[in-house]
Design a protein around this ligand. Sequence first.
Ligand code: GAR
Length: 201
Amino acid sequence: MSGPRPLRRLAVFCSGSGTNFQAVLDAQPASAYDVAVMVCNQREAGAIARAEAAKVPVVIEPHRAHPDRASFERALLEHLAAYDVDAVVLAGFMRILSPVFLQGFGRPVINVHPALLPAFPGMHAARQALEAGVAETGCTVHLVDEGVDTGPALAQAKVPIAPGDTEATLQARIQQAEHQLLPQVLDRLAREGLSGSGAGA
Ligand code: GAR
């Protein structure tokens, strides 16, 4: 019987501290997914030590070493070819991926974004929410398409905005929600594949 392809073997892409990556690692023993490699575009990223501590292979590919986005993305694809992953997870990866990567990879790419998309796409989502004066914001795990934060949502979690919140306090509360949501969604995708995956599922 053939069903949707389970997304078990993951490459996680990071640019920064990697707290979402850590949440994915921490939940891995009780989950159906396996992190095969962590790919990072910043040599100073905190995510690197997290991968090393968990004995996850690390690839460091600085985008600054490339003349253009396409060259960087072709290098990412070459690295991934060695790991045969079912999906890429963007966990605080701060580069936009063009069709060179998305079509070249040809498998699902999943992103976590600190807002209830389609609200507040792009950078500084918590700041955007505060400036908009909304009562709540949240986080979204979604499939990546060729737009910026435009792909279909797989799941969302709401986060209330408290009086006196600053960008930092709100971002921290959103991240706590991300740390719950992202591993849950990845476990589901590892068991069930993409079928039936929707924000309300
Ligand atoms: C996360 O909050 C993630 O949602 C955000 O960067 C943070 C990375 O934190 N991503 C974006 O804003 C992408 N548009 P982390 O490195 O500690 O996981």
